[in-house]
Design a protein around this ligand. Structure first.
Ligand code: UDX
Length: 484
C-alpha cells in the first residue's frame, strides 16, 4: 500500500512539473532565452522616432541602461530645445536622466529622421497614434515613419513599434514595406514592444516595469531587444515574448481593463451618494480580495489622459470591425462620459440649481497629479460646463495652468490655491495634487465668500473640513446634502 501511495505522489509531481514547463514554453518566458538565426547585435545603434512622453522617456531610459540612442522628431522646435538641455515635457526625474545621458554622450538628438534611420540597427517608433473621429486610430504619423524607412533602409533593420497600434498593424506594416516599397522580406523584422508608462511616473515605469512585452514575427529574433533591455531583464523583470498580434492586444486589454475598473468603482460611488454607503470602505473591502487588488479603486471625476479614452474607443472599434461585441468596455466609456458631471451636479444641488454669477475656484487642472497634461482632463469639461452655466472661474494648478489658458483665456489663473479661493462661493478640488491634501483649512475659511468644498478626489479629511465650518462633499462619501 505504501509503495502504491508513493508511486501516485511521484507521478503527480512529474505531471505538475511538465504542466508548468509546457505552460511557460508556450508563453515564451524570455528568461529562458530564445536563440535564432539573427546574432545578437553588440552595442546596436538605436534610433527613436518621436520624442513625446513615450519616445523621450524611452530614449533617456535606454541610454540610462547603457545603450547609445539617437532621438529624432518631425518637430524641429522640440529637438532644438532638447539639444539645449531644455525638456519640453514634465515628467519627474526625466530632466536629470536626459541631461546626465547627454553629458555622457549616450543620448543624442537629430533633426534628420532619414539619417537616423540610415545609421540605425534598431528603430523604435514612438509617434502619436491619436483617436480618429470614428473611434478608430489615426496611423498617419506611423506610416509617415514607415515610408521614411521604406525609402532609407539599406541594411538589416529591427523595427520596434512602441506606439499603441490596433491589432494587426505589425503584419500590415510588413506587407506594406514588402509590396509598396519592394523591400526584401529578410532585410527587416517587426517587433511589437508596447509601453505601460503612466504619466507622472513614466521613468520609474520604464526602468522598473511590472513586465516587458515583446511581440516578434515567427522564427525571428528577439536577441536585439534582449541586448537592449538586458539590464532590466537581468533584474528579474518578467518578460512575455509572444506573437505580434498578442503583444498589440495586450496593451489595449490592460488599458481597457483599468478603465473599466475605474468606471465600475465610480458607478459604485454614485450608488453610495444615493444611499449613504461609503465608497472608501467598499473599495477597501474589495481590495482585500487578492483577485481584485486595492489598486486603481479610487472613485473620482472620471478618467482622463491621452490613453484610456483613446484606447477604450479603439478597442470597441476593433471589436466592431471583427463583429465581436465589447459591451463591457463600451459601458466603461459611457459611464466615464458623464462622471465629470457628478461634482458639478453636487454644486448645483447646493446652489438650488443656479451658479450664474457665482465664483467657483477650481483646484487642479491636469488629468491627474504629477503631470502637466490636460488631455481629456475632467477639469476641462467642468470649466466648460460651469462657464456655460454663467459661473466665473478662478483656477490653480502647479503645472497645468499654461496649457489650460490656451483653451480658457477668461479663467483667472492664480499663483496658489489661497489666491484662487479668495472670495470664492465654492471650491472644487479636481486633481489630487499632494499640496491640496495639506491645505490650511482655517486660512481657507477666512478667504472664501461661502464655505463650500466639493472634493472630487476625496483627498481631504472630512472631519477636519467640518471642524472649520465647511459644507463638504466628495464622490461616493454617502453624504446627503440639503441646499444652502
Ligand atoms: C495609463 C496606464 O496606467 C498606463 O499603463 C498606460 O501606458 C497609459 O495610460 P496614464 O493615463 O498616464 O496611464 O494615467 P493613470 O495613472 O493610469 O490614470 C488614468 C486616469 O485614471 C487618470 O485620470 C486618473 O486620475 C484616473 N484614476 C486612476 C482614478 O480616477 N482613480 C484611480 O484609482 C486611479
Amino acid at each position: 500500500m505504501a509503495y502504491k501511495n508513493f508511486f501516485i505522489v511521484l507521478m503527480t509531481g512529474i505531471v505538475h512539473i511538465l504542466y508548468i514547463y509546457s505552460t511557460l514554453s508556450s508563453s515564451y518566458q524570455c528568461n529562458s532565452v530564445i536563440r535564432s538565426q539573427f546574432l545578437p547585435i553588440e552595442n546596436p545603434r538605436i534610433g527613436i522616432i518621436g520624442t513625446g512622453y513615450v519616445g523621450l522617456v524611452t530614449g533617456a531610459c535606454l541610454a540610462e541602461c547603457g545603450n547609445t540612442v539617437i532621438c529624432t522628431d518631425i518637430d524641429n522646435v522640440k529637438i532644438n530645445l532638447l539639444k539645449k538641455n531644455i525638456i519640453p515635457i514634465y515628467e519627474p526625474d526625466l530632466e536629470t536622466l536626459v541631461i546626465r545621458n547627454i553629458e555622457q554622450e549616450r543620448l543624442l538628438f537629430s533633426n534628420d529622421i532619414e539619417q537616423t534611420i540610415y545609421d540605425a540597427d534598431i528603430i523604435f517608433i514612438a509617434v502619436g497614434t491619436p483617436a480618429a473621429d470614428n473611434g478608430s486610430v489615426n496611423l498617419n504619423a506611423l506610416y509617415q515613419v514607415i515610408d521614411s524607412i521604406g525609402k532609407t533602409i539599406h541594411k538589416h533593420l529591427v523595427i520596434v513599434i512602441k506606439s499603441t497600434v490596433p491589432v494587426g498593424t505589425g503584419a500590415r506594416i510588413r506587407t506594406y514595406l514588402e509590396n509598396v516599397h519592394n523591400i526584401d522580406p529578410d532585410l527587416f523584422c517587426i517587433v511589437s514592444n508596447p509601453e505601460f508608462l503612466r504619466e507622472g511616473s513614466a521613468v520609474h515605469d520604464f526602468l522598473e516595469p511590472d513586465r516587458l512585452v515583446i511581440g516578434i514575427e515567427l522564427d525571428t529574433s528577439y536577441d536585439a531587444l534582449y541586448m537592449i533591455y538586458k539590464s532590466i531583464l537581468t533584474s528579474g523583470v518578467p518578460c512575455i515574448v509572444t506573437n505580434i498580434a498578442t503583444a498589440e492586444l495586450i496593451k489595449y486589454a490592460c488599458n481597457a481593463f483599468l478603465a473599466t475598473k475605474l468606471s465600475f468603482i465610480n458607478e459604485i460611488a454614485n450608488i453610495c451618494d444615493a444611499t449613504g454607503a461609503q465608497v472608501h470602505t467598499i473599495a477597501y473591502a474589495m481590495g482585500l480580495d487578492h483577485r481584485i487588488s486595492p489598486y486603481f479603486l479610487k472613485a473620482g471625476p472620471g478618467y482622463g489622459g491621452c490613453c484610456f479614452p483613446k484606447d477604450t474607443q479603439a478597442l470597441v472599434h476593433m471589436a466592431r470591425h471583427y463583429q465581436v461585441p465589447m459591451h463591457t468596455v463600451q459601458g466603461a466609456i459611457d459611464t466615464n462620459s458623464t462622471q465629470h458631471k457628478v461634482p458639478v451636479n453636487k454644486l448645483l444641488k447646493i446652489f438650488n440649481g443656479e451658479v450664474n454669477g457665482k465664483v467657483i475656484a477650481i483646484l487642479g487642472l491636469a488629468f491627474k497629479a504629477n503631470t502637466d497634461d490636460i488631455r481629456c482632463s475632467p477639469s476641462i469639461l467642468v470649466i466648460k460646463q460651469l462657464q456655460d452655466l454663467g459661473a466665473t472661474i478662478t483656477a490653480y494648478d502647479p503645472k497645468a495652468m499654461y496649457t489650460t489658458a490656451q483653451l480658457f483665456p477668461t479663467v483667472r489663473y492664480c499663483s496658489c490655491a489661497y489666491e484662487a479661493v479668495t472670495d470664492a462661493d465654492a471650491i472644487l478640488i479636481m486633481t489630487e495634487w499632494e499640496e491640496f491634501r495639506h491645505l490650511n483649512l482655517k486660512r481657507i475659511a477666512s478667504l472664501v465668500r461661502q464655505p463650500i468644498i466639493i472634493d472630487a478626489r476625496n483627498i481631504l479629511d472630512s472631519d477636519q473640513v467640518y471642524k472649520h465650518g465647511f459644507i463638504y462633499d466628495g464622490i461616493g462619501l454617502g453624504i446627503i446634502h440639503e441646499s444652502v
